[in-house]
Design a protein around this ligand. Structure first.
Ligand SMILES: CCCCCCCCCC/C=C\CCCCCCC/C=C/C(=O)SCCNC(=O)CCNC(=O)[C@H](O)C(C)(C)COP(=O)(O)OP(=O)(O)OC[C@H]1O[C@@H](n2cnc3c(N)ncnc32)[C@H](O)[C@@H]1OP(=O)(O)O
Ligand SMILES: Cc1cc2nc3c(=O)[nH]c(=O)nc-3n(C[C@H](O)[C@H](O)[C@H](O)COP(=O)(O)OP(=O)(O)OC[C@H]3O[C@@H](n4cnc5c(N)ncnc54)[C@H](O)[C@@H]3O)c2cc1C
Length: 672
């Protein structure tokens, strides 16, 4: 028998590279850096990210002494918070004078702080971190909802982490239906204060990230009452804990909600108020105000108060592209090194990557990771343009931004969750191990389907926009194809990318019309409009999903056409784009079109097989960031699986003495 230790000595040496992966890499015929730069944004951004990741990973104090999965709930929180705090501190210190950190040092010398961002922070914070909401929602809420004065007062403190905040909106009783929130903020003109009150159990805030133990402030969404009238939900900046002792302030009931399916290092929390008073100027007043005498000044649109959610929906699309890149890197590399079964009788076991059925599991996800990357870029640009216009008082782009951000958030999260599960299955039993990295990625993708607007609810928001556009022609750019004379023509199927986009529009427009027919039919039968809407929900959601696929597909096609790509990378992206478009069409089309597309799909599977490993290499994800024994760059999967298993506390001794003596032995010795 060959003992485990012998393998460690020989195969885990740093020069090891699995021969199957090596062969794929030797046949690479495109510039991997070009794809890396494309994803980062440009060459300089790649250089910056690589240096930053190296800087973070080279710090021993930021390493996990043991895998966090072996820690208790409490230890997990403490360990990840420690890393997050050390990371923030590290970003403030001067970078050492080493050539490998030159870009970072120059940035600091030019007075620019090191910006941690989503990618680099996730290199060491993989289980959801307690400071995430501070950066992703608390600060954006102050910027998006606070007046200039309020921003001047609170932003510097928040940016310096002198105060740490979260976004407290969801309650035990209501998450989706914001008009139903119960937390009250009643204005008292005598003291010029708001009184915050949690009137029932269901009114307790429930879920906010970092609320349980970490945050000492929160942006709290509450129903605003002034002069005896409810003006709807508004954002209030509320101090929760003493800034020195961190003890909850009088009247504040705050705690943590317990273990979840994933993201367990984040202390999601609950919060209640017992007549807590805050000054008038802690209502965030960019869009609406309460004057000293209690007069309410309306916003230009009541939906401006929802802007922080729109921002995060846009952010999530980017996050999903990142999650997909990780998942598909793991599964593709593992499929390259794993050999199983027999393809040709009597021949050696093939790489599982050579099975068409396996390619069919991997390559749609590979293609989708690019599609969501480009979609995220587009909706991010739209967000900035719309916000700039809103700042000038022009709200025209608001409905299109809402429609597009809902559509892209819902599609990117639902597809990513589905793909991560398929990719896990593609790694067989080993994919089920925590050390494969899939459970963590699945935890993030499924949470994203729910938070920041549950997907079904967002699909119905998209459908509302589509139906309205079809009826009165009022929609913006993203739905222009649904308006009167712009409707896509019914020409025969043409397999060019533009032809397929036309087909996507036809499919989406067809579903919208079917939903309209259904609504009208219910109306004719005497149903009230809201009942007809409920009865047509299945069809409405189909229309919204087809529209979202069209939006993302269209972005992909346009991005591939941009001139900045070299010939080889352009053809790879072109093939991946065509492949994804056909994959999505399969779900929608009737049989007459299928055979035409099936042959093309199978041909593309073979083409993509040729470069898949090199494309995932070009995602440039360091092993430490990937966090997967199956997906490491060297392909040494079995060795790493074994190394990880030996870290289990159950392997410390050959016999688990206490349980053997106390339970197992007496059981085995006892007689019936
Ligand atoms: C060291 C540490 C370093 C850290 C570094 C930082 C990096 C961190 C790493 C982070 C990594 C990843 C990023 C992801 C992180 C994400 C974290 C997220 C955590 C989760 C937070 C939350 O979940 S917050 C709570 C979110 N809640 C929701 O989304 C609620 C959903 N519900 C709604 O939005 C509304 O209620 C709904 C839209 C469903 C209905 O609203 P209602 O008022 O009832 O409106 P309707 O009647 O349906 O419609 C009326 C009209 O209004 C239009 N409309 C609705 N919403 C909007 C809108 N937002 N904008 C514009 N218009 C809107 C609607 O279309 C109707 O229009 P019409 O013309 O009348 O048809
Ligand atoms: C990991 C995580 C982190 C979170 N972080 C935060 C945070 O930081 N701050 C915060 O405020 N909140 C946070 N949330 C809460 C989150 O925003 C809500 O859970 C989410 O918006 C869904 O609301 P809900 O839980 O009330 O679900 P519900 O709305 O009760 O949904 C239950 C079901 O009802 C269906 N449903 C509801 N309304 C309709 C409708 N109109 N038509 C058809 N079907 C409908 C839904 O589709 C779903 O199937 C977080 C949640 C999670 C899971």
């Amino acid at each position: 028998m060959i003992k485990y230790k012998q393998f460690t000595d020989t195969m885990a040496a740093s020069f090891y590279e699995n021969p199957d992966l090596k062969r794929e890499r030797q046949s690479c015929n495109f510039d991997k850096d070009e794809i890396t730069n494309l994803i980062d944004g440009n060459v300089e951004k790649t250089k910056y990210r690589r240096e930053l990741v190296e800087y973070i990973l080279s710090d021993p104090s930021l390493k996990d002494p043991i895998p966090v999965e072996y820690l208790s709930h409490e230890e997990k929180y403490a360990a990840e918070l420690k890393k997050a705090c050390l990371l923030v501190q590290k970003m403030r210190e001067p970078v050492p004078k080493e050539a490998k950190f030159e870009t970072l040092r120059k940035r600091q010398e030019n007075g620019k702080p090191l910006d941690i961002g989503v990618g680099p922070s996730s290199v060491i914070l993989k289980e959801g971190n307690a400071l995430g909401l501070h950066f992703v929602m608390f600060i954006p809420a102050i910027i998006g909802q606070g007046s200039t004065e309020q921003q001047n007062k609170w932003l510097p403190r928040a940016l310096n982490l002198e105060i740490i905040g979260t976004y407290a909106q969801t309650e035990l009783g209501h998450g989706t239906f914001l008009r139903g929130l119960e937390t009250k903020a009643t204005y008292d003109p005598d003291t010029k204060e708001f009184i915050l009150e949690t009137p029932s159990l269901s009114a307790y805030k429930w879920w906010p990230g970092g609320l349980g133990k970490t945050s000492n402030y929160a942006v709290v969404m509450a129903q605003l009452y002034t002069k005896g009238k409810c003006e709807g939900i508004h954002p209030f900046l509320v101090q929760l804990r003493d800034e020195t002792t961190h003890e909850p302030l009088p009247g504040i009931f705050v705690g943590e909600i317990g273990p979840k399916l994933g993201l367990n290092s984040n202390d999601n929390g609950y919060l209640g108020f017992d007549r807590v008073r805050i000054p008038r100027d802690q209502l965030l007043m960019k869009h609406s105000q309460v004057l000293e005498d209690g007069t309410y000044v309306k916003p230009k649109s009541t939906k401006l108060g929802y802007a922080t959610m729109v921002y995060v929906r846009v952010f999530i699309v980017q996050d999903m592209a990142q999650v997909l890149r990780k998942a598909v890197t793991i599964a593709t590399r593992y499929s390259c090194v794993r050999h199983q079964s027999e393809l040709k009788p009597g021949e050696p076991e093939p790489q599982i990557l050579d099975y068409k059925a396996q390619q069919n599991k991997l390559f749609p996800a590979l293609a989708a990771s690019f599609a969501f990357h480009f979609a995220a870029e587009k909706v991010w640009n739209l967000y900035h343009l719309a916000t700039e216009n809103i700042g000038k008082g022009d709200l025209q782009m608001l409905p299109d931004l809402h429609g597009m951000s809902c559509a892209m958030k819902a599609l990117s999260t639902s597809e990513t969750a589905k793909f991560v599960e398929t990719l896990r299955q593609s790694c067989g039993g080993h994919g089920y191990m925590v050390s494969s990295g899939f459970p963590r990625l699945y935890g993030i993708a499924t949470a994203s389907e729910t938070y920041e607007g549950e997907n079904t609810v967002l699909w119905l928001q998209v459908a509302r926009y589509l139906i309205k556009t079809r009826m009165d022609g009022s929609g913006g750019q993203s739905v222009a194809y649904l308006i009167g004379s712009n409707l896509p023509d019914n020409k025969a199927v043409d397999l060019s990318l533009d032809g397929i986009i036309n087909l996507f529009q036809r499919v989406a427009a067809g579903y919208v019309d079917l939903a309209m027919k259904e609504l009208a039919e219910h109306g004719r039968q005497g149903m009230a409009p809201y009942d007809a809407w409920n009865h047509s929900a299945v069809q409405l959601i189909k229309a919204a999903q087809a529209h979202a696929r069209y939006l993302v597909a269209d972005c992909f096609v346009r991005s591939v056409k941009e001139d900045k790509l070299s010939g080889p990378v352009r053809s790879i992206l072109n093939e991946l784009c065509e492949f994804l478009l056909i994959y999505w069409l399969f779900a929608e089309l009737k049989t007459e079109h299928l055979s035409q597309l099936q042959a093309k799909y199978m041909e593309l599977l073979s083409i993509i097989r040729g470069y898949a490993v090199n494309v995932v290499d070009s995602f440039d994800i360091r092993d430490e960031a990937l966090g997967s024994v199956l997906g490491c760059w060297d392909g040494n999967a079995y060795q790493r699986l074994f190394d990880e298993a030996l870290k289990s506390p159950l392997n410390r001794n050959a016999v688990h003495r206490e349980s053997f003596e106390k339970y197992l032995k007496p059981l085995m010795k006892s007689k019936l």
